[in-house]
Design a protein around this ligand. Sequence first.
Ligand code: SAM
Length: 452
Amino acid sequence: MQTTKLTKNQIVTLDIIDLSYEGLGVAKVDGYPLFVENALPQEQVEAIITKVGRNFGFAKTKKILQDSPDRVTDYDPKYIQTGIAPLIHWRYERQLAFKRQQVVNNFEKQHLDIEVHPTVGAEHPLAYRNKAQIPVRTVKGQATTGFFRSRSHDLVPLEDYLIQDPKIDAEINRIRDLLRQLQIQGYDENRNRGDVRHIMVRRATATGEMMVVLVITSTKMKHLPQLLAAIQANSEVTSLYLNVNAKKTNVILGSKFELVAGQEYITDEILGKQFRISPQSFFQVNHEQTQKLYQLAIDAAELTGQETVVDAYSGIGTIGLSMADHAQEVIGVEVVKQAVQDAQVNAAINGIDNAQFVVGKTEDVLAKWAQEQRQIDVLVVDPPRKGLDASLISSIQALRPQKIVYISCNPATLARDLNLLRADYQALHTTPVDMFPMTKHVESVTSLELIH
Ligand SMILES: C[S@@+](CC[C@H](N)C(=O)[O-])C[C@H]1O[C@@H](n2cnc3c(N)ncnc32)[C@H](O)[C@@H]1O
């Protein structure tokens, strides 16, 4: 609670004592926490207060009075302002230690005593993202691409997105130029008007195949045939889709994808296997780090060839299919139907005949299997940020797989779930893997064993 009278726009001198999980510097004024943009631990900054809340406030650095020895100085502040790379001003080794510490802090909150290994860092912490969803707006009369300033919908024009595959950047810039030549307008969200809302591009790192999805407000827009023909003129675009989203909403994609040209999918390669990816399907965004993450999951499963492995939240089947050679059988469970169809095709193109994939919610499917008293030896879970459903924990306790491999993109829900499982499962260790360098996101693999 605020005891000192701080006010918005007040200039204060702050000693930064920590970094929040959001990547903001933490300072305290008479015990009142302030979260400070562009400030690092060990720094002293002059800052302007931007928001004063009941229990905490926000501030923005105006001047650094004392630098952290770990500060990186040669960066463009746009990458912090847009949230593209909120940790870019911190030495990469410090980012890795910070991510490990996030896991440790969350485990401590749940009184969990689990060994946390050092974060597995990336050799290429920039230019790694294989997927982009870039907003298109009209700025000064012409279609413009970029990123929104954090917590706003003000477009910051960009040409270099720093953490994206540069070939994706080039394609976005090329399409933006085509929009300008054809005088096609970007979306105006206040009036729900304009033609092109977003450009989504995915590029398979191993094969170079590129998928472009143009998100438009209506297929009746002017010059659409010319635009589509010009996009296809780049031979690297092997798949071109239209997605119509006419609604006044922040959701990027409409529900229907229409293939305009090329193949329905792009194909990437992970740990020597081919994976076809449809536009609706989840696919890990960092190719280099995904292979490390999956290898850790395979190692944690300690398969002998005899096991029934369940790959829950299986996406296009990447993890299950990477384990299939070492297991008796693999069953994937995934809620997105198109992703399950991709997974089935992926099993076939890799000549894998001991893997099947089921459409459904993991919590529903495993509840049914628990009732049927099915035998599962190894359960791999890779849920979204909200973690495991409470009912899934009960099903796991009924099914009692010998091993669980928990891949998590949110250490808070990971710690919550490990705590719920602790009576039945011992967590052996957790390894954070830096899937999203320069950002605050923390991915990890935890290995658990049934307590008999
Ligand atoms: C973090 S991704 C992991 C996908 C895959 N394991 C991989 O490495 O590419 C989570 C996946 O879970 C799916 N999903 C979300 N909620 C689900 C649920 N309740 N049951 C099954 N799948 C779900 C999403 O569609 C997504 O494909």
